[in-house]
Ligand binder design. Structure first.
Ligand code: IPD
Ligand code: CA
Ligand code: CA
Length: 304
């Protein structure tokens, strides 16, 4: 009879080794729970935008052109953001450019304000200067904001009272508005609506003493003011989803956001229609330049 060796059965080692967190994941998990959630939300929504952007770049040279492609990308990004938020924060209100307002439930004081693509025309022309803008408001106050360009992977974030930052591959950089004091040395940006509506502005700009840009994404322009790249950004006819996240970024970076008449709360900025983001040193200089007499811009057609 064969002797069956009495084998000692040693339990198999668990080969499921826990994956090491990437440096980026570590950084995200060191953020506050609110920002952590917001960064995950925009990254989640931004993944498909990167694919769409690559496709748009191909479509540019085809005869077909981008057509409804942009609208679909916009709606899809918004859907992903809304679903992501609703899963974890089902009671909060949502205010978005495409879907409008989803009311709060159970008296939640929070509203998520989002623009799935800010800079649609840039996106349409395959210019990688557009962003997802996501802000969290408690009542009338913006308490957190994230602006994310998924193509360049630039991610700007701020939380009320905690400063504004840019996430970079080597660590997060604290943002500060520019320290330039002379208008003639500064970089000033706007969008085309202000040029069309403010009397004589285009002429004054043509003969201007500073560098000038028309940028096409209000959210990213505000982030650039926060980062000190732009000294001034002014615009007209903005909506809350264009402004909310950037408004907080600029303030947390030591800058000011106000109407052309000096009111600083978000409600007044939205009612007044002209917005200015800049530094204390530059404020009066640029206001006198933009509109020395009226300091207002024609009313917008679309309201929130
Ligand atoms: C637009 C951009 C643009 C500004 C327009 C906005 P959209 O948003 O922010 O810079 O001048 O007023 O409507 O349409 O690209 O989301
Ligand atoms: Ca948009
Ligand atoms: Ca917008």
């Amino acid at each position: 009879m064969p002797i069956i060796a009495h084998q000692k059965i040693t339990p198999r080692k668990n080969t499921m080794v826990k994956r090491k967190e990437t440096r980026e994941e570590k950084r995200i998990s060191s953020l506050s729970p609110t920002l952590n959630f917001m960064v995950k939300a925009v990254r989640h929504a931004g993944a498909s935008l990167v694919r769409d952007f690559r496709e748009i770049s191909q479509l540019q040279v085809s005869r077909k052109g981008p057509g409804d492609f942009v609208t679909n990308a916009d709606l899809f990004t918004e859907k992903k953001l809304v679903e992501f938020i609703k899963k974890t924060r089902p009671n909060d209100a949502i205010l978005s450019e495409e879907c409008g307002e989803v009311p709060a439930q159970n008296a939640s004081p929070y509203t998520w304000v989002m623009d799935p693509i800010d800079g649609t025309n840039n996106f349409l022309h395959a210019i990688p200067f557009f962003a997802i803008s996501l802000a969290l408001m408690r009542g009338d106050e913006v308490i957190a904001g994230v602006i994310y360009n998924p193509v360049t992977n630039e991610l700007y974030y701020a939380e009320k009272g905690q400063g504004a930052f840019l996430m970079t591959p080597t660590g997060d950089v604290r943002l500060r508005v520019s320290g330039r004091k002379k208008l003639e040395e500064s970089m000033v940006a706007t969008n085309s609506y202000a040029l069309r509506t403010v009397n004589g502005l285009t002429d004054r700009i043509i003969n201007n003493p500073f560098c000038f840009r028309c940028v096409g994404s209000t959210a990213l322009a505000l982030a650039q003011v926060a980062a000190g790249q732009l000294d001034v950004f002014f615009d007209c006819r903005c909506h809350i989803w264009d402004l909310a996240a950037g408004y907080l970024l600029v303030q947390e970076a030591g800058g000011i956001v106000q109407t052309w008449n000096g009111e600083k709360d978000m409600g007044s900025i939205l009612k007044d229609n002209g917005v200015l983001a800049t530094t204390l040193d530059m404020r009066e200089k640029i206001l006198n330049f933009i509109n020395p007499k009226e300091k207002t811009c024609k009313k917008k057609k679309k309201s929130v």
